[in-house]
Design a protein around this ligand. Sequence first.
Ligand code: KG4
Ligand code: ZN
Length: 343
Amino acid sequence: MNLLGIETSCDETAAAVVEDGRTVLSSVVSSQVDLHARYGGVVPEIAGRAHIEALLPVVDEALAEAGCAAAAAADAGLPAPRALGAVAATVGPGLVGSLLVGISAAKSLALAWDVPFVGVNHLEGHLYAALLEDADLPLPAVVLLVSGGHTLLVEMTAPGSYRLLGRTADDAAGEAFDKVARFLGLGYPGGPAVERSARDGDPAAIAFPRPMRDEGLAFSFSGLKTAVVHYVRDHPDVPTPDVAASFQQAVVDVLVHKALGAARRSGARSLCLAGGVAANGPLRAATLAACDAAGLRAFLPSRSMCTDNAAMIAAAGYYRLASDGPTPLDAGAVPGLAFPVTA
Ligand code: KG4
Ligand code: ZN
């Protein structure tokens, strides 16, 4: 079955068609990053308006690329093109004004085409990056989901079956990158800016703390961010690349140490990265090296699959539809939706 997925939870407007939850037929992403850059972060009102402008062209492009002439059919009031079996959209977590744009569009298309609507948890969506790109991924897998809003360690035993192993007590890893980049004047989005600056720095120059490194599977990044601020205030002449590289090294150390510990403890066969921070080069290299040493299969998603996209939403929607059936059309956006623990 071909499923149209729609993602508008934050600052990417995305649509994709995925076959049987596994094969990506099209995946179109329109990023708003330039619109928000001058404010140093996502402005919710601007994001919502930009989704409204971008969504239908993005959906049209995704359908055309996948060979589904749905847009023309809808315009002409014709029944659903046979090619599409359901429409999924992210229902949370995210910005309410942004979520509502994708949800309303998905419900309208589902109604017009007379196919089921499926509401998808954005965090669950991120887990499917691995299965979309590596169909033979050995399960159970431990997934380190590191994005701008979330830092989670999840054990995935099968599609739809998850155990939450750890999460951040305060800032998400990506949020720490964004805040440190802003403080250092490196620009927005912060993660890539810190990574770029760090290339010219020494990761061992400053011994920043490794928060909660050896204390279970919970994370904490706000103290590290504060440590960076204090260090720079006390050492105004320190080269910025050294601060960026040392901060990045501290985050990577903690993430990889905990993810490996989680994989070992739970007996996982593979360790996957997911979410925007999974695009970070040093994190990818350290994960690969640690998995090699531990005899674990590492899965590193492609850059386009790390950041927000609708293919992952369509894949998660396929499995949700199979297990839970359609989502009622009166279901709304859930900005604070928690990760769906099932095991
Ligand atoms: O998953 P995502 O696209 O959106 C959310 O759902 O949050 O993740 C965005 C986050 C931002 O905090 C961004 O700074 C971070 O991912 N990020 C990175 C890198 N690329 C994006 N962090 C570190 N290194 C990168 N190369
Ligand atoms: Zn995300």
